[in-house]
Design a protein around this ligand. Structure first.
Ligand code: GLU
Length: 439
């Protein structure tokens, strides 16, 4: 049986690192099993869903290297949902309710006062045909609730282990609104059945939904998929991410110049038993992927750690993997500078250092030293051994060593106190520019 997974964002905003983690875990599952990945837009909330957000999500997951095999929109499937809802109505599993939001609120308050659980009392099930007709004549339109079995739903969660939820502790969920539109619960089940979804990997905020959705799936005569609920990410401050976007959105990470594979590696390995390390492509992540490596504890996401991972990824990135993005540069330059950048865009600093314009810094007390050094520059052509030969000659002539020897040369050549190995930079800067900078 082919594994088919789905990532089901609501296009009511852009995705952040937490949503991206869900997408990536699903992608890894599909890749590991040679399966398929469905991107499903849960756009039943027409007031808040927009095409722009949907396009943004598509861009974000493409940037993360995810290539859906199929894309679906819930809004286009209402005829199918109507058909299934009618079947549930005919079987008495979907029943009309007429309470207003205010009335439901009052019921809940009364239950609270009596220390009863705030579970819907199923009053609507007791309405006679006459009472319903009267309510409708008053202009009320029903919303529709699914009649739960009131039993313990069990499943073997691939991350959380065996789960049991007693649906007697839950209100019969509303599946259809007064205006005939659907809440997410039923369409999700129908889609999972119709698209042959074998594994639902999603956040643990859906665990209770799962009990309800398993009951609905069974009411529809289908077999429930395998479920895996991962823990949610929390920020460095210990708070959940869901309400905050900003720098945590995938869009801002892209615009901020992070490497997609740094984001992917971080999201994929966070909260697992594996060390977080940069992977330059999916192959290694797919190899090591297993749902049971994910911890049940919330995983802490720290932007600082992601920035460090991004730097680490670049520090070891071979020229072949970046050359298309650096058309004006060459391999020797890349190898010289990659260890000194946090983001690819930082490479600009080193381009200026190599090609100019550069601002040499020569302290008054180093002027004579620099003049001596200049006179000792080896003849061209220069290569990787030139720096050593030159500085040994300068040391012999001036008696300077260590920092006193190297720092004034570095400042004069680059204008900076730190940076790539000068042995590598020197031939890149070249004899003419070096002569000029030492003048
Ligand atoms: N649209 C839901 C969400 O974003 C999907 C949940 C699911 O994966 O079923 O939370």
């Amino acid at each position: 049986m082919t594994t088919i997974v789905r990532f089901a964002p609501s296009p009511t905003g852009r995705i952040h690192i937490g949503n991206a983690r869900t997408a990536i875990l699903n992608w890894l599952m599909a890749s590991k099993t040679g399966g398929q990945f469905v991107l499903r837009y849960d756009d039943t909330d027409t007031a808040r869903s927009t095409q722009e957000f949907a396009d943004g999500i598509a861009t974000d997951i493409a940037w993360l290297g995810i290539r859906p095999h199929r894309v679906e929109w819930q809004l286009r499937r209402f005829a199918r949902y109507d058909e299934v809802a009618d079947k549930l109505r005919a079987e008495g599993r979907l029943y009309p309710c007429y309470e207003t939001a205010d009335e439901l609120d009052r019921k809940r308050k009364r239950q609270e006062a009596r220390k009863l659980p705030p579970v819907y009392d199923r009053a609507a099930l007791k309405l006679t045909g006459e009472e319903r007709a009267r309510l409708e004549a008053e202009g009320r339109r029903p919303h529709w609730r699914f009649k739960l079995d009131g039993r313990v739903v069990e499943w073997n969660d691939q991350i959380r282990g065996p789960q049991h939820i007693d649906t007697r502790s839950l209100s019969d969920p509303v599946l259809v609104r007064e205006d005939g539109t659907y809440l997410y619960t039923l369409p999700s089940v129908i889609d999972d059945i119709d698209f042959g979804i074998t594994h639902v990997i999603r956040g643990e905020d859906h665990v209770v939904n799962t009990a309800v959705q398993i009951e609905i799936t069974q009411a529809l005569g289908a077999t429930a998929p395998t479920y895996a609920h991962h823990s949610l990410l929390i920020g460095a401050d210990g708070k959940g991410l869901s309400k905050r976007l900003g720098s945590l959105s995938i869009g801002s990470m892209r615009e901020g110049g992070l490497e997609p594979m740094a984001v992917v590696s971080h999201a994929a390995l966070l909260g697992t038993s594996d060390n977080i390390h940069p992977c330059a492509d999916y192959a290694e992540l797919v190899d090591g992927f297993a749902l049971d490596k994910l911890s049940r504890a919330p995983a802490r996401f720290d932007e600082q750690e992601l920035a460090q991972l991004n730097a680490k990824l670049l520090h070891h990135l071979p020229w072949d993997r970046v050359k298309d993005r650096l058309p004006g540069d060459n391999e020797a330059f890349w190898l010289a500078v990659r260890g000194n950048i946090g983001k690819l865009a930082d490479i600009d600093t080193w381009r200026r250092v190599v090609a100019g314009p550069s601002q040499p810094v020569i302290a008054p007390e180093d002027r004579d030293f620099i003049t001596v050094a200049r006179a000792l520059l080896p003849p061209a052509p220069w290569d990787g051994t030139t720096w050593k030969a030159w500085t040994e000659a300068v040391r012999a002539a001036t008696g300077r060593k260590g920092k006193d020897l190297f720092m004034p040369l570095r400042r004069a050549l680059t204008g900076l106190d730190h940076g790539p190995e000068l042995a590598q930079l020197l031939p890149l800067i070249g004899p003419d520019a070096v002569l000029e900078r030492l003048t």
